[in-house]
Design a protein around this ligand. Structure first.
Ligand SMILES: C[S@@+](CC[C@H](N)C(=O)[O-])C[C@H]1O[C@@H](n2cnc3c(N)ncnc32)[C@H](O)[C@@H]1O
Length: 263
């Protein structure tokens, strides 16, 4: 039996979601156009000063974070699977008067030009669950970095997946679901789409990056999400959403930084 076209399923879902997201309070495009920054404390602290850095943003969605890095002085390229997201990202760049390249591509298929090796590769919040194979992903990350270049990721913690009813350990077969999107809370019924996702335990992420030739410089876990994007979160501090199990905070986010050492 031939495998379903998971990439096509997710592309269609993200095209559809993009149309909802650009107008959502969750993403607050007017706030961004008025000068706001969509980036959160974790990645801002981790990446620090990005002035003049060539930054590749993998799975950039419709470019808000990419353009926020551009506003902070980075020379940005954003890559995303969804043609609608890339169209909207280019539109947003024009509206904001910011320069950035946006490329519509599957992460695995993305090839920058021979000269384009990046000082920073960045990915965040809800990226790797769309990817079936972390070894290929990690190889792509390292391939796009210049020697000495830095990889930064901030991602939702897989312990949350477990609590939410998914598995913890990776399986080749994806979880296929038809569901709403995470923006605008109660309105979810309006935006049902079919999605294919894969869980990735933290150990698999770190090991894939090490195997691909990255030196891991830091791995940090946080007991909050900076986004109110899961059911049952509690905003205990401004912009920090916590969840407890048996009276204890769950790890909801983790961040990895690494360096490409070889030539
Ligand atoms: C949750 S969003 C990215 C998160 C980002 N922090 C944000 O909220 O804007 C996930 C993105 O991954 C993209 N995506 C999914 N599968 C992909 C793939 N195989 N290659 C490239 N992009 C992919 C989707 O189109 C979507 O824009």
């Amino acid at each position: 039996m031939t495998e379903p076209d998971y990439l096509g399923i997710n592309r269609a879902a993200w095209d559809h979601r993009t149309e909802i997201h650009v107008d959502s309070a969750f993403y607050d495009v007017p706030g961004f156009l008025a000068g706001g920054c969509s980036l959160r404390d974790i990645e801002l602290a981790q990446l620090g000063d990005v002035t003049g850095q060539r930054l590749l943003h993998l799975q950039c969605h419709f470019g808000l974070d990419t353009l926020s890095w551009a506003r902070r002085g980075a020379r940005c390229t954003g890559v995303d699977l969804s043609p609608r997201a890339i169209e909207q990202a280019r539109r947003l760049a024009r509206q904001a008067g910011l320069a950035a390249d946006f490329v519509c591509s599957d992460v695995y298929a993305f090839e920058a030009s021979a000269q384009a090796s990046f000082d920073i590769v960045f990915t965040s919040y809800g990226a790797i669950c769309w990817l079936p194979d972390l070894s290929r992903w990690a190889a792509k990350v390292v391939q796009q970095l210049a020697p000495g270049g830095r990889f930064h990721m901030v991602e939702f913690h897989p312990v949350y997946d477990l609590v939410a009813g998914y598995g913890y350990f990776h399986r080749d077969a994806p979880d296929i679901e038809t569901e709403g999107t995470y923006t605008d809370g109660g309105d979810r019924a309006a935006v049902q789409t079919k999605l294919a996702t894969w869980v990735h335990p933290l150990g698999d992420v770190v090991q894939a990056l090490i195997d691909a030739g990255l030196r891991i410089d830091s791995l940090r876990e946080y007991p909050y999400s900076p986004y109110n994007c899961f059911d049952g979160l509690e905003e205990r501090e401004p912009g920090r959403y916590f969840m407890q199990q048996a009276g204890h905070d769950l790890p909801l986010t983790y961040a990895i930084a690494g360096t490409r050492l070889d030539g």
